[in-house]
Design a protein around this ligand. Structure first.
Ligand code: BG6
Length: 480
């Protein structure tokens, strides 16, 4: 069941994020029947444009499926647009007049308003402040604020942001998006972990030898260099997305399925991670492709000449608790690689016994994207008269097993959660604080005068040539 007469305001409605993610996700929810047509969606941005121009802009990225063409018009009828400034009260006041008129026309006695900030960091606090002041319905209704990364660029800036935000918006009114938490296979981690007793029994250092979480993208910064150059792959992907995935993969069982119990366990896990070993990090920057067709990072006109920005990093964490002590956790991420893939790889210890001279290790692979899948590498006898063994996959590939199901976009799942006031898949303030505490010393070292020069790797390759040695040194056994 969905809420009726909800008002959703998207700030930054003319920007890329809103166009490519937020509005397509709202349309996806509507198409799938998860958003009532009594919802009022208001785009708010500085750009002057007519409602028609706004509509044609936001529908560019809609996923229009068979039979859903007529839903586009119905959805667009729910969407209006306001052009106003971010730093002056007038726009917000006018916005609230419009919202109140809408609510009055529908006889809403308890307003439900969702404010989505698809905005650059510089205007984030000014907007949050003014929305609180001019658009919050007060005790008579419900207001929620959805915010997007970056949440600071280190511990100090993240805390500063939090100190400004906390007096305005209570933690339970806030939804901090890490869109990886909305991905189907990431949402599947809790069921996988806590609803399967066979896995539960071996999910520890007695059986597991290493964990890897890997993020690969087949393209470089391509025009986004100006943004990326200040950020680097660790802040962009590892400190948030990959660390969040790890918390769900490795946390203890929450005492119940509610958001606070889950987030408490994520925090416990984060607290158990040892300070990162700065010496044990492999960093790289992509160079021109071997065939010369793809540019190197430094060829991007939007980056600083001679920039040492890291576009590839592999690092190893240690979790200091009874379950995970001595199991290395390798997080690695890179741009401009040979493929686009996000995968979790849990490698089990070798089985030693007197029957076989050699058996391969079991490995559980959870492919987050593309082509969602989960498979376990198993040793089995080759069928037939021979007794030889082979490694086969116990394979759950979603496109085969669940081909009739619609797998939502991460943003669809998350906006739906926010509409239902479910905070499980959003980052709490303490999670954010600990994750920055972990990564800030490493970033300071890497970006400081003693930091290593990133190793060049060709665009389209697997990453820095030292990668295999790095993985072997840190406990991953390559099995061919
Ligand atoms: C974003 C990063 O958070 O995640 C991007 O800023 C990256 O640089 C993106 O490309 C990856 O998301 P996805 O959903 O495409 O894996």
């Amino acid at each position: 069941p969905f809420k009726e007469n909800t008002v959703i305001v998207v700030f930054g409605a003319s920007g890329d994020l809103a166009r490519k993610k937020t509005f397509p996700a709202l349309f996806g929810l509507f198409r799938e029947g998860y958003l009532s047509d009594t919802t009022r969606i208001i785009g708010y941005a500085r750009t002057k444009m007519t409602v028609e121009e706004f509509h044609s802009r936001i529908k560019e990225h809609f996923d229009i499926r068979d039979g859903s063409q007529d839903l586009v018009g119905r959805f667009l009828d729910m969407c209006t647009y306001e052009s106003a400034q971010y730093d002056q009260p007038e726009g917000y006041k006018k916005l609230t007049v419009g919202i109140e008129e809408f609510e009055a026309s529908r006889c809403v006695d308890r307003p439900h308003r969702l404010f989505y900030l698809a905005l650059p960091p510089a205007v984030f606090i000014p907007v949050a402040e003014r929305v609180r002041k001019y658009c919050h319905p007060g005790k008579n209704g419900v207001a929620r604020l959805i915010v997007e990364k970056p949440f600071g660029r280190d511990l100090a800036t993240a805390r500063e942001l939090q100190e400004k935000l906390a007096p305005l918006w209570k933690e339970d009114e806030l939804f901090r998006i890490d869109h990886y938490l909305g991905k189907e296979m990431v949402k599947n981690l809790i069921p996988l972990r806590f609803a399967n007793s066979f896995l539960h029994a071996c999910w520890n250092n007695q059986y597991i030898s290493s964990i890897q979480i890997e993020f690969k993208e087949p393209f470089g910064t391509e025009g986004r260099g100006g943004y990326f150059d200040n950020i680097g792959i660790i802040r962009d992907v590892i400190q948030n997305h990959l660390l969040q995935v790890l918390t769900l993969l490795a946390m203890e069982r929450p005492i119940s399925g509610d958001a606070e119990s889950i987030r408490n366990e994520k925090v416990h896990l984060l607290r158990a991670i040892k300070p990162l070993n700065k010496e044990n990090v492999l960093v790289g920057q992509y160079a021109r492709s071997e065939d010369g067709k793809k540019p190197g990072y430094l060829d991007d006109k939007t980056v600083q000449p001679g920039s040492k920005c890291i576009t590839y990093a592999a690092l190893t964490l240690e979790i200091c608790n009874e379950r995970w002590e001595s199991v290395p956790v390798i997080l690695r991420a890179g741009k401009a690689l040979n493929e686009g893939k996000v995968e979790i790889r849990v490698q089990f210890k070798e089985t030693k016994n007197g029957i076989f001279s050699h058996v391969s290790r079991n490995e559980l692979v959870i492919r987050v994207q593309p082509n969602e899948a989960m498979y376990m590498k198993m040793n089995t006898k080759i069928p037939g008269v021979s007794n030889r063994m082979v490694v086969s996959d116990l394979d759950l590939t979603y496109s085969q097993r669940y081909n009739k199901f619609y797998i939502p976009q991460a943003y669809e799942s998350l906006i739906r959660d926010a509409l239902n006031d479910n905070h499980s898949n959003f980052v709490r303030d303490d999670e954010l604080d600990i994750s920055w505490s972990l990564f800030t010393p490493l970033l300071e070292y890497l970006e400081g005068p003693d930091g290593p020069d990133p190793v060049p790797y060709p665009y389209g390759s697997r990453g820095p040539p030292q990668l295999n040695d790095y993985l072997a040194k840190n406990g991953y056994v390559y099995q061919g």
